[in-house]
Each structure stands twice: as structure tokens, then as C-alpha cells.
Design a protein around this ligand. Structure first.
Ligand code: UN1
Length: 514
């Protein structure tokens, strides 16, 4: 992205009239006069556009509108809703390059990863379309004669989606596509750091819904900061809140939703590790570790933050890692020669620097030095050097997730020790073991192995496919989004028993004669 001319071309192709509208003053998105959020690219520091913030009053009417839309949307057969989601997928296919570029420019991830993110949206649309014909319930055997018992699934109503800057569009789509086919309507609060890609997505889905005659309010967008997120979490009209972001944010959302006995799905911080055993194929382990650690500049919740390496292969792997890091090019993520783009903003850079200082203080030894990059191409002040520190497993810094490309490596002797170190963090999202030894791999996957929601063998910790349920345990929040049967969390279960006999036998054999 060299200048704004390119950007206006993209906006034009995405059918967005001007680069700087007080975005989406339109009805469905519920923008009003609540001030402006400026989106500045971390790539070159330029202003991309500004969007209107949603006022409390506008938020109120958006949720009302969503609730009204729900009563019409829920009556549309699920396969028909699936067809609309399929069309959204097609729209995304058409705009993959433009939207991917915008994701890359607004968020800072490499263009390859920006395109991958849009692909993830397309994949979930396909998945949700198929799912729309498979919202199965089970039948049970009744203990009473002439009775039939079964369960069915109904939508919950209005689903609130709070998403983070690092996957500004894909995480919304995992939630929304599934929620829609289930018969829910969605109110989306994206990160205030990536409001433009959100506005574009709203525009794209809005057009698809409109041309299908869907009720207005099936997809709503509200823009604002934490205060708006808190409002959303506390709103009784919102049956389910799906929140992706930091553990700190999740804790407050969970408390607010729980206090009104609402439902929540939480997908929070990770602190993911790869165990590299003495039986690993190091040619696989190396790219897995490097992509896991520096992909999205270390800002995925699935980023590899810790390497737990067997003492026999430690030195060899260390040398390979150091060589690989020498090859890494940090710079404009839209230039495909670069591997690593900027961090999201200067606050993230300050957190990175604070983590480096803490690591040194606690005895960490950097084998690949970190630092903030300056000079030509780095004017935004958001570019940092991916780095590696040798640490001992008991260092306090290992307990926290810093959203930056800092990789901690440590040594182990026995597999039990490796698994213990692996699980000794508060988070539990993703994990991996690199080994060609069947016993080791199975041990890692056993009940005594990884305590994470995702456990991989011979692939890294990041880059999960949408077909699996995505999420993790402990401080990661326990929620599951995306594939498998994660859809059930977006629905309410109803157990129904039908008596087609001419008597009224009571369960448990209770006699009650009149
Ligand atoms: C996130 O960082 O919040 O598994 C989501 C991955 C991606 C999704 C990450 N498919 O790395």
C-alpha cells in the first residue's frame, strides 16, 4: 500500500463510496453522533478513515431493531438462512484480495495472512451452509408406554459478538455465520483498533441480506471502545455474548453476563508451547516454531510463545532457530518479501519493550536480540524485531501472554517434565508436540498430557482449521467457536415428551389416583 490512491481503488471496488465517511450512519449499523474513531494504519501511520462511534441511545435502538428482526429471521427455514450465508461466502470470494489487503493494512499482518483470514471467512460460510441442514437433535427412549421423547434446538435470540484487532474479520464470521444459520441475529462490536474492516464487512453482508429480503437488523454493527463492550455485556436483551480478546476483558464480560444469568462464549488469551523431543523431525519443527512465533507478529492467541526442547537436540535446534531468525525480514506487510509486519500500535510496542526488560531482569538471556526498529519504512514506530530468549521454566514472565514476537526457549530432560512445564501456565489454548515417537505423541494427547483446547502433533500451535471447535481451557475461558458442534452454544435445547396414549402414567412409577 503505497498511498491513499490504492486505498480509494479498494474502497471503490468494495462499493464504499468515499474513503472518509462518517461511516455507516445507515440504519443497521446504528452509528450516530457519538464522536469519531480514527483508524490509523500501523504499516505507515497514515489515517485510513474514521468511523462514527455508537452512542448509548443508538446502541439501545440497534438492539431493539435486532430483537425485532429475530422474530422474523427465526421463522425462515434454516437451509434458506444457510443459502444467504452461502451467498455471503461468494461475496467474500469476489472481494478476497481487496478485503485481505485492507485487513493487512489496517491490522498490520502480512498480505498472505490477510488473504488467509478472508479464506477462513469463506470456509466458515461453507461450513455454516452445510450445517444449516444438520442442526440435529436426538430422540430418547421414554420409560412410559405411548410416549415419545426427543430434543430439539432453537435459536437463543440476539447474539453479541465482541472481537479483537488481531483477527478483525475472521473471528466475527466464525460466530456470525454459525449464529445466523441457527436462527439468531447478531450485534457486533469489533475492536476500536480495526473499525474500517468491520464497516466493510457490514456493508458486504448488508447488501447480501437486503437482496434476499432479510429483515433489517439480522447483522448489526456497533463501534466503540471498552465502555460499549461493557454495555453490550450487561444488556439483558442479548441472550449470548461471544467475546474474543484478553483474559482481563473476558473476566469482566463473564462477570457482567453471569450476573444477569446470560450465556457467554469466551475465547481469551493463550500461552502456547511446542515440545520438541529428541525424536522430532527438526525440518518440520523449525518452520512450525518460526511461523508460530512470528506469524501475525506474535499477535495471535495461538502464537507459539514457549519452546520446550529436549536437552539432546537443544543446541542443534537453537542453531537452526538462530539461522532462521537471521533470514526474517521485517517491514511493510503488503510487500510480499517481508515475513513480519508491525505491531498494532505504540502501546503494543511499549508492552513488548516492558516484556523484554522483565525477561532480562528475571535472568533471561537473549540469543536473538529484540528492539524497536527505526528508520526508513519504520516511521510508524510499530515495527519490532522478533527475538528469542533462553529462560528457565520457573521465570514469572512465562506466565503472561505478551502480544508480540518474543519466543522463550527452555530445556527439559524427561517427557513428564516437559508436560509439567507445558501445563504450568494459567492459559490453556493451543499446544503441540514434535515427535516421530508414537508413545510420546499419545502421551501428550492423553488425559495426563496437554491441558489445552487444541493439541497438535507435528504441526505448530497456530493456524487451526475452521472445521474443529476452537477455544481453550483455564484462563482461555472454556468457550468453543467455529466448527464441530460449537453451534450448540448458539442455541437453546428443548426436551419434549409427547404422550400419544390414552392414559397419564407418571415418570418414576409414581401413583396419583383421583
Ligand atoms: C485468534 O488469534 O484469536 O488458529 C484466532 C489460528 C487462526 C485463528 C486465531 N485460525 O491461528
Amino acid at each position: 500500500m503505497k498511498n491513499h490512491t490504492d486505498l480509494s481503488e479498494i474502497f471503490k471496488r468494495l462499493s464504499i463510496a468515499t474513503v472518509n465517511p462518517a461511516w455507516s450512519t445507515g440504519k443497521v449499523s446504528g452509528m450516530a453522533d457519538g464522536g469519531i474513531i480514527e483508524s490509523n494504519s500501523p504499516v505507515d501511520g497514515r489515517r485510513i478513515a474514521s468511523v462514527g462511534q455508537t452512542t448509548p441511545e443508538a446502541f439501545d435502538s440497534v438492539v431493539d431493531r435486532a430483537a425485532t428482526a429475530f422474530s422474523a429471521w427465526r421463522d425462515i427455514p434454516s437451509p434458506r438462512r444457510g443459502e444467504i450465508v452461502r451467498q455471503f461466502g461468494d461475496e467474500l470470494r469476489k472481494h478476497k484480495h481487496d478485503l485481505g489487503t485492507l485487513v493487512s493494512y489496517e491490522m498490520g499482518k502480512s498480505l498472505q495472512e490477510g488473504l488467509g483470514e478472508v479464506q477462513e471467512m469463506i470456509d466458515i460460510c461453507d461450513f455454516a451452509t452445510g450445517l444449516s441442514r444438520q442442526l440435529y437433535g436426538v430422540t430418547m427412549q421414554s420409560e412410559r408406554p405411548g410416549h415419545r421423547m426427543y430434543e430439539q434446538w432453537h435459536p437463543v435470540g440476539v447474539v453479541g459478538i465482541i472481537s479483537a484487532f488481531n483477527f478483525p474479520v475472521a473471528v466475527w464470521s466464525w460466530n456470525a455465520a454459525i449464529a445466523w444459520v441457527c436462527g439468531n441475529v447478531c450485534v457486533w462490536k469489533p475492536s476500536e483498533k480495526t473499525p474500517v474492516t468491520a464497516a466493510v464487512c457490514q456493508q458486504l453482508i448488508g447488501a447480501v441480506l437486503a437482496r434476499n429480503g432479510a429483515p433489517e437488523g439480522v447483522s448489526c454493527l456497533v463501534q466503540g471502545d471498552r465502555t460499549l463492550g461493557e454495555r453490550l455485556a450487561g444488556d439483558r436483551r442479548i441472550a449470548l455474548v461471544s467475546a474474543t480478546g484478553s483474559t482481563r476483558m473476558g473476566r469482566s464480560v463473564a462477570a457482567a453476563v453471569a450476573s444477569r444469568l446470560g450465556k457467554s462464549i469466551l475465547e481469551l488469551g493463550g500461552n502456547n508451547a511446542i515440545i520438541v523431543t529428541e525424536h522430532a523431525d527438526l525440518n518440520i519443527a523449525l518452520p512450525a516454531a518460526v511461523f508460530g512465533a512470528v506469524g501475525t507478529a506474535g499477535q495471535r492467541c495461538t502464537t507459539t510463545r514457549r519452546l520446550i526442547i529436549h536437552e539432546e537436540v537443544y543446541d542443534t535446534f537453537k542453531t537452526k532457530l538462530m539461522r532462521a531468525y537471521e533470514q526474517l525480514r521485517v517491514g511493510n506487510p503488503l510487500d510480499e518479501k517481508n515475513h513480519v509486519g508491525p505491531l498494532i500500535d505504540r502501546e503494543a510496542v511499549a508492552n513488548y519493550e516492558a516484556a523484554l526488560a522483565a525477561c532480562k531482569d528475571q535472568g533471561g538471556h537473549f540469543i536473538v536480540a529484540g528492539g524497536v526498529l527505526q528508520g526508513d519504512g519504520y516511521e510508524s514506530g510499530c515495527y519490532v524485531r522478533p527475538c528469542i530468549a533462553e529462560v528457565s521454566p520457573d521465570m514469572a514472565i512465562l506466565q503472561t501472554e505478551t502480544f508480540a514476537p518474543i519466543l522463550y526457549m527452555m530445556k527439559y530432560t524427561t517427557i513428564d517434565e516437559a508436560i509439567r512445564i507445558h501445563n504450568e501456565v494459567p492459559q490453556g489454548l493451543s499446544s503441540a508436540i514434535m515427535t516421530l515417537d508414537l508413545r510420546e505423541a499419545e502421551r501428550f494427547l492423553s488425559v495426563a498430557g496437554s491441558d489445552c483446547g487444541i493439541a497438535n502433533v507435528n504441526i505448530g500451535t497456530s493456524g487451526a482449521e475452521i472445521g474443529g471447535a476452537f477455544g481453550g481451557e483455564k484462563e482461555t475461558g472454556g468457550g468453543r467457536e467455529s466448527g464441530s458442534d460449537a453451534w450448540r452454544a448458539y442455541m437453546r435445547r428443548q426436551t419434549s415428551t409427547i404422550n400419544y396414549s390414552d392414559a397419564l402414567p407418571l415418570a418414576q412409577g409414581i401413583k396419583f389416583d383421583l
